[in-house]
Design a protein around this ligand. Sequence first.
Ligand SMILES: O=C(O)[C@H](CS(=O)(=O)O)OP(=O)(O)O
Ligand SMILES: [Mg+2]
Length: 230
Amino acid sequence: MDPRFVGIADLAETPSVAVVVDVMRAFTVAGWAFARGAEKIVLAESLDEALELKARHPDWVALKDGPLLPGFDAVNSPGLLRSVDLAGRTVVQKTTAGTVGALAVKEAPLVLCASFVVAEATARVLQAHRSDRVTFVVTGEDGQADEDLACAQYIARRADGASADAAEFLRRAASSRAAAELAEGMREGVHPDDVALCLEIDRFPFAMVATLEDSLMVLRPHTTPGGTPQ
Ligand SMILES: O=C(O)[C@H](CS(=O)(=O)O)OP(=O)(O)O
Ligand SMILES: [Mg+2]
């Protein structure tokens, strides 16, 4: 595989295969949403769009990063979401980095949204797809977020069938600026377990595939052969 690791602003053309990585916290949260029973996640372009979707579908669960605002039901925290029953629900997610990264590649034929909790399942999809050229979108800090880069590099190694010591990559993520800011309470809408939950390698057996459905970008779990549904 010929992996490219780029920030959102560096995406010059539509990739054929995109893996959008947001470890802290959008795509760890998405994994938890599916584990708690969500049917799908609609990735919203803006807070206004998230609220419009919620107004049209009052049963949907509107989730944003940062503090909870009126009209929203949940925040972008795996520690807070893990105790919410989302059976059969549709979640609308809008965050600063992760959802923006996914929407930036919405025209790509294959879009996977990833974090450590779905790393191996994501690598298996890439293997099955026999993708030569894979663009990893490192969503945080203009493509420099080390938690996202470490996760992207780990998935690329595993997709190539190479052995990789997950602990090394997780250590980098644990030392990232995002981990420090979450731990030090510099971000809002946080549970004390968030960093630890973002560092759980292969917590879930599914990958997460985003496709355009009636002009909305919709994320769904995708269980690969050999994976056990949660
Ligand atoms: O919720 C998050 O962790 C971040 C936003 S902030 O940095 O905490 O303000 O969003 P994400 O898109 O999940 O990186
Ligand atoms: Mg992030």
